[in-house]
Ligand binder design. Structure first.
Ligand SMILES: [Zn+2]
Length: 434
């Protein structure tokens, strides 16, 4: 089987193996969808492999965006600087009601194009018309964990259960395993406990995880505590949500000490979305406390309507800076820890094995950055340069599942011109619909 060989690069493996250094000079050999070997002078060993020159380049695992709503790119910049409920009820929800299947398809194409161009190789998505999202994932070559968003009360609650099952039946494992599925009950305040119990039973039947928004705002905590007599994470624990299954919980901003313990003890995957939490003024999640307790924490951008981009380099930098100033302690969340959250840590949050690091047998999802840039010079600590100085335009090449999907900033699997045209046209139509 033909392979790829990245030669003479600066390698940042983000693996957990015995190697003492966080970076070293060497080669990466890729065969099929997997990393075959990471080491030195590999060309003699793999003479038939196509060589990519890694001189003046940095190679690292692709970023994992642990929480987004991809097609919300269609609402980027439509409503900003508003209180959360005004933003949702008066601006976002009325427009979302007009989104049709084709809008979702093109909005997701736009999101994937942006993600690949800024180094995301895997994303976790929750939205509606997810067949169109999955189709865009399939065609683009990216990896994704997809959930059909479910609201557990009102006319569509039953339909959401049926369609989620159909979605999982159709898409789980598609794209040579690049697509995985979860159930996506929206949040404790939109899905009552009895409904969540039905979702849990179905998730167990189908052997998939659950993706949910949890403890995002002060209002949510107040509402759930008043209704149920327990805080949101306590309530989820009391119905057994975290027992014996994989759960991806987005946000986890407002947590008591006890709730931090619950999330850490049960290895719940936490998607931290610092920019969205800042922009909507939701609050600051207790990330260093969660990490100290051994919780699984990854990074996400959330949808483009509350961020307003899907750039994981920017999200890493924001994450590190936010927690330093919040704690008034510059030693909090050092670059390596944040980089880990954006790579292998994110894979754990999504429950994906063999993704997120450059090690033998891992999926070949990797990025090649151009180091010959003013803002990346001099290069003392590549991890610090990645988190604090790098820009997505420094990224040259993206490989996902062993295939080159972006080369010299051209996404080979997507029609960039058509995507920008469709998204602009459909966006303009969408915001003028009565
Ligand atoms: Zn969200």
């Amino acid at each position: 089987m033909a392979g790829l060989l990245i030669k003479n690069a600066l390698i940042v493996p983000m693996d957990d193996c015995s190697r003492a250094e966080d970076w070293f000079k060497g080669d990466v050999a890729i065969e099929g969808s997997l990393i075959k070997e990471v080491g030195e002078s590999l060309q003699e060993k793999y003479p038939s492999f196509t060589v990519l020159n890694g001189q003046d380049s940095l190679v690292m695992p692709g970023f994992i965006n642990c929480h987004t709503h991809a097609a919300m790119t269609m609402l980027r910049g439509y409503a900003d600087d508003l209180p959360l409920m005004t933003w949702l009820e008066e601006m976002i929800w009325p427009r979302e009601a007009h989104l049709d299947r084709e809008d979702i398809y093109w909005g997701t194409q736009l999101a994937i194009l942006e993600m690949i161009k800024s180094g995301t190789t895997t994303f976790a998505d929750m939205y509606f018309y997810m067949d169109e999202t999955a189709q865009a994932v399939l065609e683009s070559g990216i990896r994704a964990s997809l959930s059909r968003g479910m609201v557990g009360s009102g006319a569509t609650a039953e339909l959401a259960l049926e369609e989620s099952v159909e979605f999982i039946q159709t898409w789980q494992g598609q794209g040579e395993g690049r697509i995985t599925c979860m159930f996506g009950p929206h949040a404790p305040y939109t899905c009552p406990p009895a409904y969540l119990e039905r979702v849990m039973a179905l998730a167990d039947d189908w052997g998939v995880g659950i993706h949910i928004h949890l403890a995002e705002t002060v209002d949510e905590v107040a509402k759930i505590t008043k209704q149920e007599g327990l805080r949101p994470v306590e309530l989820m624990d009391s119905i057994g949500l975290f027992q014996g299954r994989h759960v991806l919980a987005a946000h986890c901003v407002h947590l008591s000490e006890k709730e931090i313990e619950i999330l850490a003890k049960n290895k719940v995957g936490i998607a931290h979305n610092p920019e969205s939490n800042m922009k909507l003024a939701s609050g600051i999640a207790p990330i260093s406390q969660l990490l100290e307790k051994g919780a699984f924490v990854g990074l996400g951008t959330d949808g483009a309507a509350s961020n307003n981009n899907l750039d994981m380099l920017e999200e890493m930098r924001t994450c590190a800076l936010l927690h330093k100033v919040a704690a008034m302690d510059p030693t909090v969340l050092p670059a390596k820890q944040v980089l880990r959250m954006a790579t292998k840590g994110g894979a754990k949050v999504l429950g994906l094995e063999h993704v997120g690091s450059l090690a033998v047998g891992e999926k070949a999802d990797l990025l090649i950055f151009d180091l010959k840039k003013p803002h990346l010079t001099p290069l003392y600590n590549p991890l610090a340069n990645l988190v604090y100085a790098a820009q997505s335009s420094d990224l040259k090449t993206v490989i996902i599942d062993g295939k080159i999907v972006m080369q010299e900033r051209q996404v080979l699997t997507m029609d960039e011109e058509r995507i920008l045209f469709e998204a602009e046209k459909r966006g303009q139509d969408l915001i003028h619909k009565k």
